[in-house]
Design a protein around this ligand. Structure first.
Ligand SMILES: Cc1cc2nc3c(=O)[nH]c(=O)nc-3n(C[C@H](O)[C@H](O)[C@H](O)COP(=O)(O)OP(=O)(O)OC[C@H]3O[C@@H](n4cnc5c(N)ncnc54)[C@H](O)[C@@H]3O)c2cc1C
Length: 604
């Protein structure tokens, strides 16, 4: 079983990605160029990532007092990825990019996430550089972004602080003007930053010549006070090593110091750091304070950062998806080879017969089909979202606007559905392995540990849920939700003949979600509406994946291959075993059930 036929089916038979060639930006591309990118990524992932996934889990990053040491395999994977050109795949030809559609880029990156999610494929680096391409000055693009695209520098995003995780309005890192003439520095208005950033992925290592931190910090007002709320947040480029206007290292270290490495449950191949900015460990020109260059305008830091966060959320969803897929393939292989038990016939079990392989048991098939339905459904959604990103960038003004709004509504699902349900898929993969799955002799326990992170970072599950119910479905008078409903209805109409019960179930689920959305907001208190935001997210996510599966099944309708049979079965599974769950989730939303919210602390 390999991932490639599934990716090919989704890209070509379902999303018709070749149609993008008619856009001027992608005119040089063809099925051949798309295939070449996928072939290269599949090969690098197979040769440089997959064989070392366990190694990077057991040889965690460590600090020798001077440097963070990572296994040699990580250095080689980093180099191979950078040399493949994938860091700048979607960028213009003039800056060395391939002008590749994001849909193909996302599909190609899926191979790395499945082979070794924690070796990583530069999501932070390209996300960091992409942000600078939108919000940076020409020189910031040339000095920082271009060197990130080539792999010479790598990137981070520094939002979280020990006391400010979900609540970014409480960040306390301060940025003060760096002396006279601070505004006229060629690299951008120059500030000195002081503060602590917690949980920073890839915050310290020797993989690249320099690390470009994008840091959220507050500029104090005239009284030296930090402005409360997100309006006070600005964004700064803080390089680990200072550079000149040509992007060359000046030889001076910036005042950014590693305070410690976090030792994690999973995703151990990526360093995770507590960084001290401006504590004076590496004074610059005799003074404590990390030198940072303002990006965009003061007070617009979070808005700029969202550019990176939205991409990162789809990327996190894809990572969770591919971990789910990796567990599915591993447990499928195991189930085909493990003999255990005998079938129950009319006269009971016949112990004189040889044991059967566990894939012959209905309960194992149930667990395999659940994994397939969660993971392939989530992959299809991720690629659908990626296709919307291409529409947003290259479609007509009207289509681009529709794509933008659909992405607003679907991004919390693209991040959260796989984080929850592909984690569940990994749990089922362990279950299929029996006791062996619980040991380190098989890869599935690592997939589960790696996947457990995804419900936490890039906005926790709870925060995504409140974003969906509290903002996304309401924005622009609910237009995003209406646009999504139109697409779902179009799928139901297309499915009417071959998939009548599923088409009816989808319409019914949409009605239930629509009604619950209204009833959640029918009371006067936003707190009541949002108290059950997570069950709402779960029901919404299941309805979205049901829609995606029905659409995929329509494309697999006339094909008798085992792969198409499997897709149709996964669709049926989702409608019969999963979609009915939404009733229970939506009940508490509609009634604004106060069971959890009203319980006094002492009663716990
Ligand atoms: C391995 C790892 C890598 C990371 N990488 C990065 C990185 O590169 N850059 C970066 O900036 N950050 C990074 N993070 C930080 C991550 O984004 C935060 O952990 C996350 O935002 C949650 O913040 P917190 O840990 O402070 O938890 P808290 O915000 O304290 O949340 C704890 C719990 O309370 C809930 N909660 C919080 N507020 C509310 C509310 N208002 N209503 C209801 N429930 C609420 C949350 O949903 C959560 O379940 C990383 C984290 C980890 C674990």
């Amino acid at each position: 079983m390999s991932l490639r036929p599934t990716v090919d089916f989704l890209l070509h038979d379902w999303l018709n990605v070749e149609s993008l060639q008619s856009r001027e930006r992608f005119a040089d591309h063809s099925r051949e160029t798309f295939d070449a990118v996928l072939d290269t990524c599949e090969r690098i992932a197979r040769e440089k990532y997959a064989p070392f996934n366990r190694l990077v889990d057991t040889q965690e990053p460590h600090f020798d007092g001077d440097k963070v040491i990572l296994p040699q395999a990580t250095h080689e994977a980093y180099k191979a990825y950078a040399e493949s050109g994938m860091l700048s795949a979607a960028q213009d030809y003039e800056i060395g990019g391939m002008q590749l559609p994001y849909t193909v880029e996302a599909a190609a990156n899926a191979f790395f996430a499945m082979a070794s999610v924690s070796i990583g494929s530069g999501m932070l680096t390209s996300g960091n550089a992409n942000l600078l391409m939108v919000h940076g000055t020409d020189l910031q693009k040339k000095v920082f972004a271009a060197n990130e695209f080539s792999g010479r520098f790598s990137g981070t995003m520094c939002l979280s602080e020990p006391q400010a995780g979900s609540s970014l309005s409480d960040v306390m890192t301060r940025a003060t003007p760096d002396g006279e003439g601070f505004e006229s520095d060629a690299l951008g208005p120059r500030y000195r930053l002081k503060g602590n950033k917690m949980w920073i992925s890839s915050g310290e290592h020797e993989l690249s010549e320099n690390i470009i931190h994008l840091v959220l910090a507050k500029i104090p007002d005239a009284n030296g006070q930090l402005v409360p709320g997100v309006k006070g947040i600005s964004l700064f480029i803080v390089p680990k090593k200072l550079v000149d206007t040509q992007g060359q290292l000046t030889g001076e270290r910036n005042d950014v110091a590693l305070a410690g490495l976090n030792h994690k449950c999973g995703w151990r191949g990526t360093t995770n750091t507590l960084l001290n900015f401006g504590e004076g460990k590496y004074p610059v020109r005799g003074e404590a304070g990390a030198v940072g260059y303002l990006v965009g305008k003061p007070g617009e830091g979070l808005r700029c950062m969202f550019h990176m966060m939205n991409e990162a959320r789809i990327g996190v969803g894809m990572a969770a998806t591919m971990l789910g897929m990796a567990g599915y393939y591993a447990s499928l292989d195991y189930a085909k080879n493990r003999p255990q038990g005998r079938p129950t016939g009319a006269g009971g079990k016949d112990a004189s017969q040889p044991q059967v392989r566990i894939i012959e048991h209905a309960d194992i098939k149930r667990m395999l089909l659940a994994q397939k339905a969660y993971s392939e459904g989530a992959l299809a959604l991720a690629l659908y979202c990626a296709r919307l990103v291409d529409e947003q960038h290259t479609g007509t003004a009207e289509d681009a606007d529709v794509a933008r709004l659909l992405l607003e509504v679907l991004t919390p699902i693209a991040k959260s559905f796989p984080s929850e349900w592909c984690l569940e898929a990994n749990s089922l993969a362990i279950q299929i392995h029996g006791g062996y799955g619980y040991t380190r002799d098989f890869p599935v326990e690592q997939y589960w540990r790696d996947n457990r992170l995804n419900m936490i970072h890039e906005g926790t599950h709870g925060i995504q849920a409140m974003d969906l119910l509290g903002r996304k479905v309401l924005m622009e008078n609910g237009r995003g939700l209406k646009l999504l409903a139109e697409r779902m209805l179009a799928t139901a109409a297309k499915a009417e003949t071959a998939w009548a019960p599923e088409a009816a179930a989808l319409r019914d689920a949409m009605k239930q979600v629509g009604q619950a959305t209204q009833e959640a907001w029918a009371g006067a208190e936003p707190a009541q509406a949002l108290a059950n935001a997570v069950p709402y997210l779960q029901a919404f996510g299941h309805t979205v994946i049901a829609w995606i599966w029905l659409d995929v099944a329509c494309s697999a309708a006339s094909d008798d291959s085992p792969a198409a049979q499997g897709r149709r079965a996964a669709c049926r599974y989702f409608y019969r075993y999963e979609l009915p769950k939404i009733g229970a989730w939506l009940n508490v939303v509609s009634s604004r059930d106060p069971t959890c919210a009203d319980l006094p602390e002492e009663a716990f």
